[in-house]
Write a protein of this length. Sequence first.
Length: 753
Amino acid sequence: MRMGKINFKFLLWIMLSCHVLSACSEMEKRKVLVVHSYEKTYAAYPDFNKMIAETFRKRGIDVELRTVYLDCEAYRDNLESLYLHSLLDEVSENWEPEIILVNDDQATYSLLKCGHPLAKQLPVVFGGVNYPNWPLIKQYPNVTGFRDKIDFMANIKVAKEIFGKGMHLFTIIDSTYLDKQIRKDAWEQLKDEKVEGFMNSKEFNSREWKEFVKDKSYTYFAGLTVRLQKDRSDAGLLWSLSQYTRDRCYLQLKRDFTTVNIGNICSSPSLTAINEGFGYGEKLLGGYMTTIPIQIGEMVDAAVRILHGEKPLDMPIANSAKEYVVDWEVMEQRGLSKADIPEKYSIIHIPFSEAYPWLWGGIIFSITVLLITLFVLLFFLYRREQGRKKKALNALEDEKETLALAIEGSDTYAWKLENDYFIFESDFWKSQGMMSKVLTFDKLIKFIHPECRDEVEENWRKISLIRKVAVQVRCDFNGKGYQWWEFRYKTIALPDGGYKAAGLLLNIQDIKDHEHELEEARLLAEKAELKQSFLANMSHEIRTPLNAIVGFSNILAADEELEPDERCEYIKTINKNSDLLLLLINDILELSRLESGYMSFEFAPCGVEELVDEIYQTHQMLIPEQLEFIKDKDTVPVRINVDKGRLAQVVTNFLNNASKFTASGYIKLGYRYLPETSEVEIYVEDTGCGIPRAEQKMIFNRFYKQNEFSQGTGLGLSICQIIIEKLQGRIELHSEQGKGSRFAVILKATSYE
């Protein structure tokens, strides 16, 4: 059941992944032109453009976005339209947009005023326009958008909510078309409110100030003019700003060269009713406005609807949504805390720790607990490891002392190979009564017995192989005679690609002497056991024929009334057992001569083919008639150096055994040359009863007979094995019970053609 749930979740995950991938692969491809009012270096534009692309992507459209920057403050009205016309020509030279998004008053006005074909042919969506030019917009049925209508009273309330009810405001006002629209709009919105100032050009003397502002709770909203007076200078503007820093708050209502960075210039707090410059280093605290994310979201939603078939004419121009928002970074500069800001305000750039203090506190607490736990765990592991290390060092020290005592009580010495020099510890040289020295391999080999040098030289050639080695050799280090020593060493790889060898040198002469004594004792014990076994087997084997001879002889001597046929049968039995007893004694004498070395062997070159032919001719009449006697010869003539008679004796024994245990089938005598080893195989193969696998190793033992009731002494194969060993060969047996046997003699070939 659990595996089923896991598989279901896995399949669901795969399906969702495929859906997401397919959705990504099926996104619409669109071309969108964006026209901005200000200079390309305006700090907000990189984020602005990125946000447009991301918002389109969230709506399932992958846009190819190109942008045009009007830089409205660098040109006058007519030149501005001409400049934008040239920019549109340039951007559309090899590229055809599908829709235009235009931002803010200046770019919207210039786009519609310049009369470019793109503005007439393509759908246009504007946003961030505070004061649309309605007569001009009505000429374009392909245009729709969103008006960012300034809410004067809401922003006045923002100043009083944050800085107190006694806070008054001022702004920078001028004589442009936009400034005139601001004055007109302010008058319409504030004419019934307790606000006096630039919208009605109201000036107060000190008595009126006290009466209107202080006694009647009016708010004074002053306007600093820049270009209304010809003799006004920048220094005068700075002086005017300094006069409005006490209980005054600056409210940005437009962005042009007269208002850029006012928030950075004046020391009074600065608010804004538009999103230009907000959040991008101009020290504007905030206000009630259409933020950039709102503006972009509205414009992109409208553009998507148009790209999907709706007509701009069917989409009336609407007022943009607004929100109360402040900038955390400016709050900190003004010494404001989160508690000073009403809850309805959104705060941008706020750190996570301030936005979610409880969650942040929980994270800090969790991290602190985790670090403390980790520290405690590491400290525990450190203490435990220190304890283990201490125990290990103590154990190592004990082992070192034990090893030192063990080495002191034995002839064991350390050595190492360094830069092709053998370095033995000083105690070794002291034990040999010699001065300490380092040895090259050529010097070391001179201490080693000539019979052991080949093995040592072979190990020296392989010294660089990574392995463990133990080699026993006879050495004479001090000239007092050869003794057995064992070199134990290990070769390890080094980081630089080289190798290092080190090990122990043990004097094993006592061990070798003891082994020799044990071997002699074993041989004596084996001889004694062989003698005892031989006597037991002899008594058993001789008793059987003797009993028959004695028994039947007594019958013949005692019973004179025996029938002639019975008497002949008894005499035949006596003769048969006498022959068997004679054969047994001859085999015993031959085995004794072989083991004692008294039997001589006359080695001479012999042709294998001739030997096989002679043995075949001899036994051709002796093999039972019911058996097929086959001769199998190799095509390669081979010669061997043997005692021909003794080898024929062995092959004859094989043939006699084959005849004895084969009731039907064939007996094959043959030879074949083995070129891989330069040997010759002479074999006897039969289809007899075969030999069980368990008995195949025992048939060469003395007196062993597979059938105790069969005729024979049980010494034939033992004698054969000793003869072949004397001829420096070997006997191989291949047999399967019920299918037959194959006895083969393997000898070294001296020559072949």
